[in-house]
Ligand binder design. Structure first.
Ligand SMILES: [Ca+2]
Length: 387
């Protein structure tokens, strides 16, 4: 996180950072529509890329290396960035001249755990003592922020903590790839999802312009996800929050911004405060298999699913809230769950049902351990049956 932290410190308060209501209110551009002629990088951020662009001999050297400026798809990208967003051609080219194709990124994206592991194996990665304890420690350390953010956004602290725990082990592993390398490699050399990642590369350039960032300094995961909550550039532009009001939505180093940004993501995707996430269930043999593990937003009520043969294990009245019927590969055969709206909201963070269940179960373990760890004198009732 130091890479951005130092940049942000250099910025001081005079450079407005991203604000969703006022893009481009920076002193370097007069209006959203004047970027083409007036965009100038502040001197502090003039990178080697820009220097190279200003010195043809240096640029020539760069283009001789196997970087992205000469890639056919990159040429199309450059044209589009110039035409649609009014960037200086030389600037885009100079950045791409330094973007490197990384085989390790292509290898990494080809084997995500969600696709290759059964639930009972996947679960072990995240529901571990060390990660639960890490969550309790993170919560205790940032209790004031979590209390504040949780009540402001209506998202339980344990969900925010669990997300950060799953994504980056509480900020300890935020990724060491240059985001430019990750997005160029996947955008131009991973045809399966090239369109998606090219779009993220576009968002990255926009993000850099809006926030006066040298995007070559930004680091993240092999898929270009950044900060405590691992936001891809489009998520950053839509959901990152400057919670402490210093005009910087710093999801790398500022815990207030990082925590609030995760909560804001959940709120924006429809988290319902106090509502259930999942509930254990039993599947009758005749329950139709095409209704299992739907990826859509829940629309059928738990009551209807119950009538069709998918029934909650609890003796409580069956909910009339919309739910999906979930089946996981447990160590001792299939296990079944009802997934409610809030489960679906977790899948907006990562589409995998394995991921969403791991986040939920980790959140519950952390909440339990946190409650037990709290000294009794200061313990507050925390019985909200939110989950
Ligand atoms: Ca801030």
């Amino acid at each position: 996180m130091r890479y951005l932290n130092s940049t942000i410190k250099n910025m001081g308060n005079r450079i407005p950072f991203f604000s969703r209501n006022s893009f481009f209110k920076s002193p370097f551009s007069r209006s959203p529509f004047s970027i083409r002629s007036s965009f100038i990088m502040p001197a502090a951020f003039v990178s080697a890329a820009l220097l190279a662009a200003a010195h043809p001999s240096m640029a020539a050297e760069s283009s001789a290396t196997p970087h992205y400026v000469a890639h056919e798809k990159a040429k199309v990208f450059v044209d589009r960035m110039v035409k649609e967003h009014g960037f200086e051609r030389q600037y885009i080219q100079s950045v791409l001249a330094q973007a490197e194709k990384k085989q390790s990124i292509l290898d990494a994206i080809s084997r995500p755990a969600e696709k290759t592991k059964a639930w009972h194996e996947y679960r072990k990665i995240f529901i571990q003592d060390v990660r639960i304890k890490g969550g309790v420690a993170f919560w205790q350390e940032h209790k004031a922020i979590l209390d504040d953010v949780s009540s402001a956004y209506g998202v339980p602290a344990e969900i925010i903590v669990a997300i950060i725990g799953v994504e980056t082990r509480y900020g300890n592993y935020m990724g060491s790839y240059r985001v430019v390398d990750a997005l160029a490699t996947l955008g131009f050399d991973y045809p399966k999802r090239g369109k998606f990642f090219t779009r993220q590369l576009e968002e990255l350039f926009l993000l850099g312009r809006e926030q006066q960032q040298d995007i070559l300094t930004l680091k993240g995961s092999y898929a270009g996800a950044m900060g405590f909550g691992q936001f891809i550039p489009s998520s950053y532009r839509s959901f990152a929050v400057d919670y402490d009001g210093d005009d910087v939505a710093d999801i790398w180093a500022n815990k207030k911004d990082a925590i609030a940004s995760v909560a804001n993501y959940f709120k924006a995707h429809g988290w319902q405060t106090g509502e259930a996430v999942v509930e254990r269930a039993h599947r009758a043999e005749h329950f139709p298999s095409e209704k299992i593990n739907s990826r859509s937003r829940p629309t059928t009520s738990a009551k209807t699913l119950y009538k069709e043969g998918f029934s909650p294990l609890s003796r409580k009245a069956v909910s009339d809230k919309p739910a999906i019927a979930l089946e996981y590969q447990g160590a001792n055969g299939p296990e079944h769950w009802l997934g409610y709206n809030n489960f679906y909201v977790i899948t907006r963070y990562n589409r995998s049902h394995l991921y969403a269940m791991a986040v939920y179960q980790l959140s519950q373990e952390i909440a339990l351990a946190y409650k037990e760890a709290k000294p009794k004198s200061s313990a507050k009732p925390n019985d909200q049956a939110a989950l």
